[in-house]
Write a protein of this length. Structure first.
Length: 218
């Protein structure tokens, strides 16, 4: 989809996006495909995929997306590429087509970005650095930077870190609800209570769905 309209008009084209995925839509272009969006056109049209915070590849040609406004930084998560592509497909299916498996992949991604408490505490412990995702993708703890972390106002990870989140979402989705229970042990205090409340909301519909499927087999 092409658009040169202002951002307020452009966002109207996302009215069919799943509610859980809307926080992952950027207000301005974050990325582009060098093959499908060459830089020799002015003004450059805005592609839908430039605003989607769950994508790492171009939906038109499959090439890797590049940052639109800064120098590309290589991703340290290349070995998770296969899982990341599965995660990208899961989030895209939910957002664009309303297709889920046992729960919302976007909600899984949100939970994985909550803070965790590593054990034993490392020397020079910085609470902001450690996220639940790091319990699945240990490489994350060493490369994460404060400015790259998502916030309520800017919840989208930069492209070099995004494969880790997508891979984590795919791993949890495949493992099922029990993995969320295991991840809860990585948290403490109010954060653990919020995480528990969130996974209870996720797992109740999942349990009902599984029970319904079992009844159909009787």
């Amino acid at each position: 989809m092409f658009s040169t309209e202002p951002a307020t008009v452009r966002r109207m084209t996302f009215s069919n996006i799943a509610q859980t995925s809307r926080r992952l839509i950027a207000a301005r272009p974050l990325q582009s495909c060098s093959a499908c969006h060459p830089g020799d056109h002015e003004p450059r049209p805005i592609l839908r995929s430039q605003l989607l915070g769950w994508r790492i590849t171009c939906p038109l040609c499959g090439d890797v997306l590049r940052h639109s406004a800064e120098h590309d930084r290589p991703s340290p998560f290349d070995r998770y590429r296969g899982a990341a592509l599965i995660g990208e497909r899961l989030l895209d299916d939910e957002a664009e087509r309303g297709v889920r498996t046992w729960t919302s992949p976007a909600e899984i991604a949100r939970l994985l970005l909550m803070r965790r408490v590593p054990r034993p505490l490392p020397r020079g412990y910085e609470p902001w650095r450690f996220r639940v995702l790091g319990a699945i993708i240990p490489d994350l703890d060493d490369v994460i930077e404060r400015r790259s972390l998502p916030t309520p106002a800017s919840p989208i990870l930069p492209l070099n870190l995004r494969p880790a989140l997508l891979a984590g979402a795919a791993i949890v989705e495949r493992a099922g609800p029990e993995m969320l229970k295991m991840l809860r042990a990585n948290m403490m205090g109010q954060n653990q209570a919020r995480f528990s409340s969130a996974i209870d909301e996720i797992m109740t519909p999942a349990s009902r769905s599984m029970a319904s499927s079992q009844l159909q087999l009787i």
